[in-house]
Write a protein that binds this ligand. Structure first.
Ligand SMILES: C[S@@+](CC[C@H](N)C(=O)[O-])C[C@H]1O[C@@H](n2cnc3c(N)ncnc32)[C@H](O)[C@@H]1O
Ligand SMILES: [Zn+2]
Length: 235
């Protein structure tokens, strides 16, 4: 898996400049700026404060969230994702992952530790450590309403897809003000238009309608979200 340093990425007169993060012992070190990111259980922890990401993964409430997702692998949305997501896809905010042969990126290290994927990276999906157009398929499953800047998340996902590739999205529109300020909440119609990219001819969209996503909160309580499920083709 080719990882690039988010801190060094920039555009100059020669175009986009990227530096790789190369494995040296228990760290990935940037070939450009020399910054080192820890690797734990095969998972590179990339962020301004890797120690905070590691500490977050130890908190009881974080481990409880992981347990909820471990109990919640079945349901109409989960089944659709399993059928639709191809091998080799990048799952952004992927949690435990739809399947085991994808690349998983999540900021929750505990979730990544609990997954069985070989390729996992703990990082910010708003600043992903990958080269543009390096995946045939990218997945944003139940993520756009979990980030501070959903449109940026969508644009970053599109930028990572090679032309002709697909973006697989599901969204429950379960926004919370403490995560996404209200002026950034969006509608089903805005999402279906790819925030303008479908009208501009950059994306083609196929909508699967609404699918139920059961989340088993405890043994006796299940929350069911109704999610829009969409596939965008990048032209
Ligand atoms: C609602 S969960 C969905 C998990 C998984 N995609 C699924 O459908 O089961 C949202 C996930 O996005 C991750 N996430 C939220 N903001 C993120 C960010 N900025 N960078 C990386 N992951 C993020 C969370 O840690 C969480 O695992
Ligand atoms: Zn760097």
């Amino acid at each position: 898996m080719l990882l690039v340093c988010p801190a060094c990425r920039h555009v100059d007169e020669a175009g986009l400049q990227l530096c790789t993060l190369d494995l040296h012992g228990a760290e990935r070190v940037c070939a450009g700026c020399g910054v080192a990111f820890p690797v734990q259980d095969g998972i590179c922890v990339i962020g301004r404060d890797p120690a905070a990401l590691i500490a977050f993964a130890e908190r009881p409430e974080t481990l409880e969230t992981v347990a909820v997702y471990q109990r919640s692998t079945r349901g109409p949305l989960q089944d659709w994702l399993r059928e639709t997501v191809p091998s080799g896809a990048l799952e952004l905010g992927g949690g435990l992952g739809v399947r085991t042969d994808t690349v998983l990126l999540d900021q929750n290290l505990a979730m990544l530790r609990a997954s069985r994927n070989g390729l996992r990276v703990c990082a910010d999906l708003l600043d992903p450590p990958f080269a543009p157009e390096s995946f045939e398929a990218v997945v944003l499953a139940n993520v756009l309403d979990s980030v501070g800047d959903p449109v940026l998340a969508f644009q970053q996902a599109i930028a990572l897809i090679a032309p002709g590739g697909v973006l697989i999205v599901s969204c429950a529109f379960a926004f919370r003000g403490e995560i996404t300020s209200e002026d950034r909440w969006f509608t089903s119609e805005q999402l279906a238009r790819g925030f303008g990219a479908v009208d501009a001819g950059c994306l083609h969209v196929a909508s699967m309608g609404a699918l139920e996503w059961p989340l088993q909160v405890t043994e006796r309580l299940t929350h069911v979200h109704r999610c829009d499920a969409l596939v965008f083709l990048k032209r």
